[in-house]
Design a protein around this ligand. Sequence first.
Ligand code: BG6
Length: 364
Amino acid sequence: DAGDHESYMRKEILEQPTTAQAVLRGRLDDRFGTAHLGGLDMDARDLRAVRRVKILGCGSAYYVGQMGAALIEELARIPADAEAASEFRYRDPVIEPDTLYVAVSQSGETIDTLLAVQEVRRKGGRCVGLVNVVGSAIARECDGGIYLHAGPEVAVASTKALTNMFLAFALLALQLGRVRDLSIADGKRLVAGLERLPAQIEEVLAIEDDLVEVAHSLAEAQSLFFIGRVRGFPVAREGAQKFKEISYRHAEAYQTSELKHGPLALIDPGVPTVALVPHDELTERNIGALHEIAARSGPLVVVTHEEVDLGGIDARRVVVPRNEPELDPILLTIPLQLLAYHAAQHLGHDIDKPRNLAKSVTVE
Ligand code: BG6
């Protein structure tokens, strides 16, 4: 059972520093700045032959797939994208022999993801799995893969499995990068970053008390935005998904850059925005968008880094530690889990079993 915790979701959120170590264990190579992923069953030549990566998953697994695609493009310079597995087979997809297909699933039983894998393999494509449950249907259907080792996840809303999906993508991106042009120095920089991550996840969890009141104020709104750009946009999508799933509030993710092309019309004192503003090359532009929101009296919660100066903007700052920029998305994601959790708790919802949802959807 959930033991001393009020819910499995909270228990699973708090387990993340430990479960994150489990997915990395034995897979990092400090000496060559790379990763070893025996379960992939691909040698350096097979990895070199990959010309494109297509990631398939549903719900949170799809959004973390978008984070994974960004990691692969950045580290390995291979075109990569994620697609909702639930849509994939309906458009009679072109399956290319030099594309690596990656199916992502906590349960390994989601029927839409399983049928996508079967579509790929029926047409002769190579599909590997990022799966938590050992021996599950998707794990068996794939050519090989990376087990997530997050342990059993009971709450419908995925937290620790999602974090390990991100870390598994980082390992895959590192290995794909190091058989290409990713330098040993960059490889070592990322290995060191991954080694630091579990302790930094612990640091984020330590700010939980500061987030409770913020979450309660967000829970009062009928509708809210989550905004981010480039690496931060899938984080915004995942944050909005969690909020919808367990608080039943309308939460919409938007690219910060697109705000001015439409949804700015909806911003007013009753519509809060949770903005992801990491310290990176886009910080100044992101702050420009915050000014637009503040000018319309939209309440702001800004998930950011210590170095970022919001000037005079009236906002609740949520500060997370910095890692390497490529790995920062997961540290930005964790406060959003806590915001959704405390909003749902404030509203008195059944957090582990939200209405109308199942942990894994195994029928079409
Ligand atoms: C959905 C769940 O139906 O399935 C989501 O409600 C989950 O929380 C999604 O992210 C995918 O599940 P899995 O097991 O394939 O990762």
